[in-house]
Ligand binder design. Structure first.
Ligand SMILES: Cc1ncc(C[n+]2csc(CCOP(=O)(O)OP(=O)(O)O)c2C)c(N)n1
Ligand SMILES: [Mg+2]
Length: 189
């Protein structure tokens, strides 16, 4: 499965969901594919998309919160998995695009080829855990999981690749990202 194709499918399928995207290519690509106020892009702060999304899911129980995470990001903040498993926000969908590398900084290997992140999520207490490797399973899986009671952990194995041309940088400043995101959830910055 190619990262761009996976992200395209995900970004096409989200409706009112709040999306918190991990730093690096994942944020830049979500921005390029479908920028919207309900997207919260991490600029730096590696590992913390999941922590921010957890707080958001707890404080916005009526909104579905989707995390677009990377394997390197998850490995940097592994403690968040049992934290989510203990607090069990039903409105959280944690998607990990696992290319087994720190793709954004030049494809240095992570350890996710040796460590099953889905196994850690399962033993951390996520209610639903699934690993997919085929692009064709992504759409039906998302159709189901965007509605499912969570927390859900979806590990999508994707290819490591040289970053294709044309992926833009996030053009908004961090303050703009925060302000328009807060407005979209009816909160005052
Ligand atoms: C604390 C910290 N260390 C390193 C970086 C540099 N950095 C930005 S993105 C990234 C790789 C993220 O890897 P992963 O989550 O697997 O996503 P991928 O780039 O593979 O899509 C790194 C190392 C950073 N932003 N912050
Ligand atoms: Mg990666």
């Amino acid at each position: 499965m190619r990262i761009t194709r996976a992200l395209k499918t995900i970004m096409e399928m989200v409706r009112g969901e709040l999306v918190v995207a991990a730093n690096g290519r994942i944020s830049r690509e979500a921005f390029t594919l479908r920028d919207r106020p309900e997207n919260f892009y991490m600029i730096g702060s590696m590992g913390l998309a999941s922590s921010i999304a957890l707080g958001l899911a707890l404080s916005q129980p009526k909104r579905k919160v989707v995390i677009l995470d990377g394997d390197g990001n998850v490995l940097m903040n592994l403690g968040v998995l049992p934290q989510i498993g203990a607090l069990l926000p039903p409105n959280l969908l944690h998607i990990v695009l696992d290319n087994e590398v720190y793709g954004s900084t030049g494809n240095q290997c992570t350890i996710s080829s040796a460590v099953g992140l889905e196994k850690i999520a399962r033993s951390s207490g996520y209610l639903v855990v699934k690993k997919i490797t085929e692009e064709k399973s992504l759409r039906p899986t998302l159709r189901q999981y965007l509605k499912a009671r969570g927390p859900v952990f979806l590990l999508a194995k994707v290819e490591a690749e040289v970053e294709p041309k044309g992926i833009k940088r996030v053009m908004h400043s961090p303050v703009e990202i925060r302000n328009r995101f807060m407005k979209s959830i009816g909160s005052k910055p």
